[in-house]
Ligand binder design. Structure first.
Ligand code: ADP
Ligand code: MG
Length: 266
């Protein structure tokens, strides 16, 4: 990928921690569903930390409301808590996944909401340094949708990027917007694995042809995309989310595909 770095050039990396980002242009595409189930899947073989970095639409606290969490990623970013103090060690279908939650309350003075651009660069370096000292193989960020400085900063240290796209026209154009206007400003090297997943694909008979046309267009217009995946709209996934059960059974077809997607990213 011939991405230009003119905004935030990170120091040379020494870490063995693999940083994986789950992002999208719009909200509701399936980032949280995909991040949590992907983290659970990778945790079968690796030590995985999943950080909720969707500060404007936080959902981990709602999904894991039975957990007793009092300390959030926001508190670490504010400088009031150590990163280790914000970690919740949960077991998701027999696998140990460590979670960090975004604050479910909006606190305007939180640094994430009130800081200037330069703060994000320092934050990125401190966070990266702290992550290096923790014992994780993979750190996944469930990011907020669209463009923001947190995502821009963290993109510069990522090893993998999974962009989740619902198959509607705005989202298709949205992914092109992100590539042209956002990712190219931050992704620093050719070794970032950039994957796209069309999620919640309906079973309409004309959908497959349309998606294949879009996939062709994306591949022709943007070099550097490693893989483009499709995940069907799945009634079981949708129903489970209504009853607060976001972790999918191991045999679910979306889950089986996520196993493949996440293994290809690390
Ligand atoms: N493949 C899928 N099939 C059916 N529903 C899905 C699928 N993926 C996600 N969803 C549903 O879409 C909604 C939004 O998903 P979520 O993961 O919260 O998105 P985001 O984190 O991007 O805002 C949820 O109700 C979720 O259950
Ligand atoms: Mg989400």
């Amino acid at each position: 990928m011939t991405f230009l770095v003119y905004l935030y050039k990170p120091e040379k990396r020494e870490s063995i921690v693999n940083i994986l980002l789950v992002h999208s242009y719009k909200g509701g595409s399936g980032k949280t569903t995909i991040s949590l189930n992907g983290a659970r899947s990778l945790a079968e073989e690796k030590k995985v930390l999943l950080i909720e970095a969707d500060f404007k639409m936080p959902s981990f606290s709602h999904l894991f409301s039975s957990r007793n969490v009092s300390c959030y990623f926001n508190d670490y970013l504010n400088g009031t808590n150590k990163l280790t103090e914000t970690i919740d060690r949960v077991t998701l279908h027999d696998e140990n996944v460590h979670l960090i939650y975004a604050n479910p309350k909006f606190v305007p003075k939180d640094k994430i909401h009130s800081s200037k651009r330069s703060w994000f660069i320092t934050m990125r370096d401190n966070l990266f340094e702290d992550l290096k000292h923790l014992d994780y193989d993979i750190v996944i960020f469930d990011l907020g949708p669209g463009v923001n400085f947190f995502t821009l900063a963290i993109l510069t240290v990522a090893n993998g990027l999974l962009d989740v796209v619902r198959p509607d026209f705005q989202s298709f154009r949205g992914i092109e917007f992100l590539i042209e206007n956002f990712y190219k400003k931050a992704i620093s090297s050719t070794n970032v694995k950039f994957n796209i997943v069309f999620n919640q694909v309906p079973s309409h008979p004309k959908m497959t042809t349309l998606l294949n046309e879009w996939i062709q267009k994306l591949k022709i217009r943007h070099n550097g995309i490693s893989n483009i995946w499709k995940l069907d709209y799945d009634d079981e996934v949708a129903y489970r989310s209504a009853i607060q059960e976001i972790i999918l059974p191991k045999g679910n077809s979306v889950m089986l595909k996520l196993n493949k997607i996440f293994r290809s990213l690390v």
